[in-house]
Structure formats: structure tokens, C-alpha cells
Write a protein that binds this ligand. Structure first.
Ligand code: SF4
Length: 363
């Protein structure tokens, strides 16, 4: 059976969920990597690996969704709770821009005290006052929160964000798009269809977004396939996803830590990267990150189907809240990509190449 499926994959034929599960559960890791790497070069023949110079600040950690995998959020009145003004955030963006950042990935908790105007002002002022950075703002949960607070529909909220200049949305908040899992780890966050619906409406308007997956907690292999099938189906509708970004659950300081005390292995990460590349036949980019599983594993992921190395992450607070800290800078990212045998290429949020680093820079 596996041999027949491999043949289909090599012939660039779509595999079914049943065939996907067979591959995920029974393929040897190196066979998976080999197949995924072949697809990577069919889709992206150049030996470039892209990266973006970015920062992931947060405007508030107030949240009323209480996901049990999250160490980041606080309730009002708790120690360490914060909400920054638009002025404070613009100042932060300017400082990032001065350091060469081109993408700001901005997310927060779902804070019901913030009016919709706060978000619109954040976008419009960023575009006007910090034009060097691209506002890659707000996860689906925050967008659903904006709809609740403003009494507008999801479509109307997205339309207004589009009108003030937003063009892309980060793909966070998907976790595992299988309701059996969602009910247990994020019961107040809504269903898989809620995430898919925000993305569908966004793509219909013209937004681009990433799609993500947080694995390594209570999900089964079947749930992974359901997740990828949901994402693949939506991509067939509008081709609005730029890239797929998997990462493992980080248990530190989360309620879920009591049940899942460790994060998934590097081997599982490589399997997720390769399997995503194989299953998501309508995605051009798969991100193998230096950040989420460590630099060495990130480098190996570039030989398992990944063609993007993620962002430089000048600021990151969500994983840090779970005691997972990993730092780099642009020069190191360039070196890591080179060491892996590829040509580093700085990209925009929309995966357009800004410059390539063909030659080693002088010391
Ligand atoms: S993951 Fe997001 S929505 Fe869930 S509790 Fe954390 S901040 Fe809130």
C-alpha cells in the first residue's frame, strides 16, 4: 500500500485522508523527508531559503478565552496584566523599524474592554507613521472578539480592517482543527469552522494569511490528518494561504502541563514538516523554523520539505511565557541557512524576495 501511495506522491497526485494516515503512521522518517524534499524542489526550484526580519510584540495579555495550553494570558486585576495604548505600540514599531524590521506580527489576548476603533487606529496609524513595516496583525480569535464587541459581522470587521490598509493576517489560533481536540483544550475559542470561516471570509476579500498547526498535546494522528484536510480544502477555494507553519506545544506554566509535561521530539517535528509538505499539495511554502524547535532541528527541517526559515523574531513573548526562549539575529539566520546548504533570501510578509545573500559577507 505504501509503495502505491509513494508512487502517487512522486507523480504529484493528491493523496486522500486515508492514504495520508497510512503515510503518517507507517512511513519511515527518511522516506518521508526524501519525498517532501522532492516536492519542495518541484514547487520552489531555486536553492533559496527565505526568512523575514520581524518582531512579534503584543498589545495586551488580557484574555477571556482561557485556553489550557496557553501561558501568556492574564485576567484583569492579575499580576503582570497589561494593555498598551496605540501610542505605545506605534513607538515600539518605530524602534523595531529602526532595527531593520519589515514585518510586525501583532497579536494579543481577546480583551473585551478594547473597542473596535482601537484596532482600526492601530492599523491606520502603523501604515501612516511607520510605513517601512507591514502590519501582519490579529489572529482569528481577536477578529471574532472584534465582531462581538462591535456587533458587526466577521465579514464587516474584515472589510473595515481592509479599508484601513491591512492586507495579511497571521494564522495563529488554529491549534488542531478537529473539534474533539478543540473542545478539550480551548472550549471557549469556538469550533474549527469558526477559524476556517474567518480565514475564508478574509481570503474572499483578498487578504493573504498563513495557516498554522500546534501539535504535540492531546491530538492523535487522525486529528493531524483532519487538520491538514481542512486547511487543504480551504486553500482550494481561494489560494489565500501563503505558507504552512507547524510548531509543537510548549507546556511550561500552562494548565495542560500537568497532563503533557514535555514537548514533542525533534523527530516528530521533522515528520510534521515532511508530512505537511506532502499532504498540502496546494501550498507553495512550508516553514521550518529555527525558533520553535531549536536551530539544529530547524536546519534539518530545510531538508525535509521546508523552504522558509521563519522570522528573526526581535521580540517574542508567547513562547517565553512558557519558559521557551530562543534568540537569534539576522546575521546568524543567514549563517544557519548557508550552513544548511542553501542561499539565504530575505523576504516580505507576502514571500516576495527582497534580497539574496549569494556570497558570504566579509568578516
Ligand atoms: S491562546 Fe490566545 S485566545 Fe487562548 S488564552 Fe491564550 S491569548 Fe487567549
Amino acid at each position: 500500500m505504501l509503495t502505491d501511495i509513494y508512487k502517487k506522491i512522486r507523480n504529484q497526485e493528491r493523496i486522500s485522508p486515508e492514504e495520508g494516515l497510512e503515510v503518517l503512521q507507517n512511513a519511515e522518517l527518511l522516506d518521508l523527508g526524501d519525498l517532501a524534499n522532492g516536492i519542495r524542489f518541484q514547487k520552489n526550484p531555486q536553492p533559496h531559503v527565505t526568512f523575514v526580519i520581524d518582531s512579534n510584540p503584543n498589545y495586551t495579555n488580557v484574555c477571556n478565552i482561557d485556553c489550557i495550553f496557553c501561558a501568556f494570558y492574564r485576567h484583569p486585576g492579575e499580576e503582570g496584566v497589561y494593555t498598551h495604548s496605540v501610542n505605545e505600540m506605534i513607538q515600539k514599531f518605530k524602534e523595531s523599524s529602526d532595527k531593520g524590521v519589515t514585518t510586525i506580527l501583532l497579536q494579543g489576548g481577546v480583551n473585551p474592554a478594547l473597542p473596535f476603533e482601537y484596532y482600526l487606529e492601530m492599523v491606520s496609524r502603523t501604515i501612516k507613521e511607520v510605513p517601512q513595516v507591514h502590519p501582519h496583525f490579529f489572529s482569528t480569535s481577536e477578529i471574532i472578539g472584534m465582531a462581538e464587541v462591535s456587533k458587526l459581522s466577521i465579514r464587516e470587521v474584515l472589510q473595515k480592517l481592509w479599508e484601513v490598509g491591512m492586507r495579511t493576517i497571521p494564522g495563529g489560533g488554529a491549534e488542531i482543527l478537529s473539534d474533539k481536540v478543540k473542545k478539550k483544550i480551548s472550549s471557549l475559542k469556538g469550533t474549527s469552522e469558526d477559524w476556517l470561516n474567518v480565514m475564508r471570509e478574509a481570503h474572499r476579500i483578498g487578504f493573504k494569511s498563513t495557516a498554522t498547526m500546534m501539535y504535540g498535546h492531546i491530538e492523535t494522528d487522525e486529528d493531524i490528518v483532519i487538520h491538514l484536510e481542512n486547511v487543504r480544502k480551504l486553500q482550494d477555494e481561494f489560494h489565500g494561504f501563503t505558507a504552512f507553519v507547524p510548531w509543537s506545544f510548549k507546556p511550561g506554566n500552562t494548565p495542560l502541563e500537568k497532563i503533557i509535561p514535555h514537548y514533542a521530539s525533534s523527530t516528530r517535528y521533522l515528520q510534521m514538516i515532511a508530512f505537511s509538505r506532502i499532504y498540502l499539495d496546494n501550498f507553495q511554502h512550508i516553514q521550518g523554523s529555527w525558533f520553535s524547535e531549536g536551530k539544529k532541528t530547524g536546519q534539518i527541517a530545510l531538508h525535509f520539505g521546508g523552504d522558509d526559515f521563519g522570522g528573526t523574531l526581535l521580540e517574542e513573548n508567547v513562547h517565553a511565557a512558557a519558559n521557551f526562549v530562543n534568540k537569534t539575529n539576522t546575521d546568524e539566520v543567514i549563517d544557519l541557512i548557508r550552513e544548511s546548504g542553501f542561499i539565504p533570501a530575505q523576504r516580505t510578509t507576502l514571500y516576495e524576495i527582497l534580497r539574496t545573500y549569494e556570497q558570504k559577507m566579509a568578516a
